[in-house]
Design a protein around this ligand. Structure first.
Ligand SMILES: [Fe+2]
Length: 392
């Protein structure tokens, strides 16, 4: 068994090394995982030319299975953004895959002409085990396309084990075009090995701005196709919320084109159901993740609109901690510091960034906050029936 684990580790390391090599020609982004569950995974990529794409996958590097996307009876084709969902996978199993596509050089009725098939490198991923009691994830926020800082934060994580990553808003800053999104995706995906470990990209207020904001979601895959959702990973129930913009809908900056009030009300309704669900109640820990804090010392930089709608629901729910960003000032908000029933941890900003490494087991929940020099700024631990506290 030990030998097998070593072999897998070696294989994964080899793939990690390959990911920094030249991108396969024809791909605008290498494949990246989204929405990984016990029995399914979405694999996405962008091709340079319009194409028909599919995934070859299986338990060995010989693959054996093939999946594509069918919409209304038509195989998805003549597109540059590809999203293929693999289903009926076995929990806790390693799968090999490669993304494949045939560029389409001519698309006429009864006459479609394809170019040669393009294949990605071979990658692996592991579906979530059903009996997992231990997870780790890396959490970034407010990168604001500061790629040099992102590289430093990834270097700080080097050698640390995590299964997925969360980008907690304002990482795709004011997207104006698909080109902007693809540029950021390539860098973020590479930094967190997204071909193997799914990144979760949620919105901050800056993802809602810019000419391409209304198309941004197409590059991702979420449970329920919403930017707000919940997932269970090991002993943790993660609840992701979307605070929207940081000013009122009638503010002149938004030109009358937002209705975040209605959007937050929809989330309130969803949240009421979520905190009553078995998945929420049965979890060992419940962690809120949203970009703009609901609580901060002196109410600095909070979303008072979201707080007005959600606090009454969250106050009645046993939340362990909220993970936030937005203020560009790293800080810990202990219980009751601002009328809050649960602690909050706010990540740093685009010049003084931090990354959090969250690890959960049945015994404890730990969050280490690292800076761009690779130093652990603070370490927080929560033991059963105790509050979060800093451990030196
Ligand atoms: Fe923000």
């Amino acid at each position: 068994m030990k030998k097998l684990i070593l072999l897998s580790a070696c294989f994964l390391f080899c793939v990690v090394s390959l990911s920094h090599a030249e991108q396969v020609p024809g791909f605008q982004t290498e494949p990246y995982l989204q929405n990984l569950t016990h029995g399914s995974a979405a694999i996405m990529w962008h091709s340079e030319k319009p194409a028909y794409g599919w995934i070859e996958y299986g338990k060995t590097d010989m693959f054996g299975e093939k999946a594509d996307m069918v919409v209304d009876g038509l195989r998805n084709a003549n597109v540059t953004l590809h999203k293929i969902r693999l289903t009926e996978l076995e929990p806790g199993s390693i799968y090999y895959y490669r993304a494949c596509f045939k560029p389409i050089t001519k698309f006429m009725p009864y006459n479609v002409v394809f170019d040669d098939v393009v294949y990605s490198k071979t990658y692996t991923f592991k579906t979530i085990p059903t009996d997992s009691h231990q997870i780790s994830c890396a959490i970034f926020n407010d990168l604001h396309n500061n790629y040099a800082m992102f590289d430093s934060l990834c270097a700080a994580l080097e050698g640390m084990d995590y299964q997925f990553s969360i980008f907690n808003g304002d990482c795709f800053s004011d997207p104006q075009s698909e080109k902007d999104v693809i540029e950021a995706l390539n860098i973020f995906n590479d930094g967190v090995s997204a071909y193997s470990q799914p990144p979760i990209f949620i919105r901050g207020n800056h993802e809602t701005r810019g000419a391409f904001a209304r198309n941004l979601k197409k590059s991702f895959d979420f449970p329920g196709d919403e930017f707000y959702f919940a997932i269970t990973a090991g002993p943790v129930r993660f609840i992701f919320l979307d605070c929207g913009e940081d000013k009122t809908d009638d503010h002149k900056e938004y030109s009358g084109l937002t209705d975040f009030t209605g959007y937050r009300e929809r989330q309130q309704k969803w949240l009421k159901a979520e905190v009553k669900s078995n998945a929420f109640r049965d979890a060992k820990y419940r962690i809120l993740v949203h970009h703009i804090p609901l609580y901060n010392h002196n109410n600095r930089g909070i979303s008072k609109f979201s707080r007005a709608l959600w606090a009454s629901v969250l106050d009645e729910a046993p939340i362990d901690i909220a993970i936030n960003g937005h203020t560009h000032r790293y800080g810990f908000i202990p219980v009751n510091a601002d009328g809050n029933n649960y602690a909050a941890l706010i990540g740093g900003g685009s010049k003084n960034g931090t990354v959090m490494l969250l690890s959960a087991s049945d015994e404890k929940l730990t969050i280490e906050v690292l800076n761009t020099s690779g130093e652990i700024v603070d370490r927080y631990v929560k033991l059963e029936n105790e509050e979060f506290k800093v451990v030196h």
